[in-house]
Design a protein around this ligand. Sequence first.
Ligand code: ADP
Length: 541
Amino acid sequence: MKREDTIDTLRFIKDLLAKKLRNSLSLKLIFAIGSLILVASAVFWIAIVMRGEEQLINSSVMHAKGYNLILERSVKTNMLLGQTDVIQKMLEEIGASGTFRAVRIYSHPEGEVKFASNREDLRMQLKKGTASCRICHSGNSPADLEWTIQEDTQRFLRLSKAIYYENSCSIRCHYHPPHKKLIGILETDYPLSPLDRMIKEQKIATLTFGVILTFLSSVVLCIILWKIIIRPIMLLTDAMERVSKGDMDHRVNIDTKDEMGMLARRFNEMVEELKTARQRLENWAKELEEEVRKKTEEIRKGQEQMIHTEKLASLGRMAAGVAHELNSPLTGIVTFAHLMLKRLPPDDRMNREDLEVIIEQAERCSKIIKGLLGFSRALPAQKQKVDINATISQVLDMIKNQAKFHNVKIKTELAPDLPEIEGDPSQLQQVYMNLLINAADAMNDRGEVKICTRLVREDEKEYIEIEFTDTGPGIPEEHLNKIFEPFFTTKPVGKGTGLGLSVSHGIVRKHGGYMTVKSTPGRGTSFFIRLPVPKEETTTT
Ligand code: ADP
C-alpha cells in the first residue's frame, strides 16, 4: 500500500472515531472513564516509583554510613599507632576493591587531601561550597555527617564525615590545644551505578505492571459498563425503533432490579398500553367502517325509493290528467245508455242486455277513474274534527246490508274516550271500506274481521291506532313490500285494480299518519293505521 493510501485510511478511521465519539454515549463514557483511569494510574505509579527510588537511596546511605564508621575507626587506630603509611595503603586497597569510587581524608583547617585512594588526589585542595566544606562552614555548629548525590560520568553518593580528636590522642603522643577538636574530614564516594540499574529495572517492572493493570481494569470497566449501561440502552433504543415501526409485540428483556430494569419495565408497560389503545382505535375504525357501510346502503336504498316515488308521482299526475279527461265522456256514456234503456221496449231483450253491459262496463271504468283521482290526490280533503270510533260505526252500518258481508262476522273492540283528530271523515271511511273489501275478498266473503281502536304513544307523540285483522290466507312474504304500490294486485282481471291500498296509504299519509301490515301466511292478516292526535287533544299521562 502506498504511503498516501495509508495516510488516507488513517484519516478516515480518525474521522469515523471522532464522529462516533461525538454521537455515541457509550464511547463518550468509555473515553472519559478510560482517560480518568489512565491519568490516575499514571500519577499513582509515578508516585510509587519515586517513593521506591527514595527508599533505595536511603538504604544505600545507611549502608554507606556503616562502611564509613568502620573506615573512620581503622583510620583513627592507625593514626594513634602513627602508621600513616598504612592508612594510605589501606585507602589505596579499598579504592582498588571497587566498593568505593574514591576515599579522601582532608586535613583541618588546611583543607588539603592528606590520604586518598587515588594517589593523584593527594594534596588536592577542598573546593569551597562542597558538602565536605559545609561540615564546618555551614554557619551553624559543625555537622557530623553530610551526604549528597553527585554526577560526573556516572551518579555517585558522596559522604562527608568529620573526624574528631579523642582523649586517647593526647595521652598517646599528639598533644592538641583544647579548642582544637577536628582532625579532618573523611570524604567517601560510593558508585550508584548498581543502584541506578536496580531503579531502572524497578521502573520498567512497575511501568509494565501499571500498563497491564490499567489495561485490565479498563477492560473490566468496559465489560461492566457494557453490561449495566450500554447494552440495556442499546436494547431500549432498538425496542423503541421497532415499536415506532409498528412492531407492538416487541418487549425489552431486562430483568435487573436497577434503574435500567425499571426503565425497561415502564417501557414494556407503555408499549402494552399503546397496543391496547391501538387495538381499540382499530376496532373503532372497523365499527365506523361498518356503520358507514350500513348508512351508505340505507342512503342507496333511500335514493332508489326516491326515484321510485318520483316515478309514481309522475305516473299519478299523468293518471290524474287522463282520468279527468275520461270522467266527463264516461258520465255522458252512462247517462245516454240509461236514457236509451228507458226508451227500449221491454221485450227487446237483446238490445237491453247489450245496453246493460255498456252501462256496467262504463261504471267500472268510472270506478277505476275515481280510484286514479284518489291516488293522485285530485279530490280535495275536507278537514274537520273526526271521532274515529264514529266513522268506523258509520262504515259498519253501510256494509251490513251488503250481500258481500252477509257471511263475514265483524267484531269490534273500540277504545272509549279516544281524542278527536283532524281529518276528512269520508276519505277515512274510504280507507276502512277498502280494507274491509280486501279482507272479505281474501276470505272468499266468509270469515271473521276484528276491528280494534286504541291510543298509543310513539316517540313522545300520541296516535290513534286502528287495527283490521282478518282470518284470511295471509299475504306471502314476497308480496308484503309490494302491496302498497299502485296497480299491484293478485285478484283476477276485472276484479282488482291494484289501487285500493295505495290510495288508502296516500289518504293516511295525508292525515300525517302511516299504515303497516303484519301477516302470517295461513293465519290471517292485520293492517294497522296510525293517525296522529293533535297537540291540544293529547292526554297528559
Ligand atoms: P286490489 O284490491 O284491487 O287488488 P289493493 O291495493 O287493495 O288492490 O290490494 C293489493 C293486493 O293486496 C291484493 O290484490 C291482495 O293480493 C293483497 N291484499 C290486500 N288485502 C289483503 C288481505 N286482507 N288479505 C290478503 N291479501 C290482501
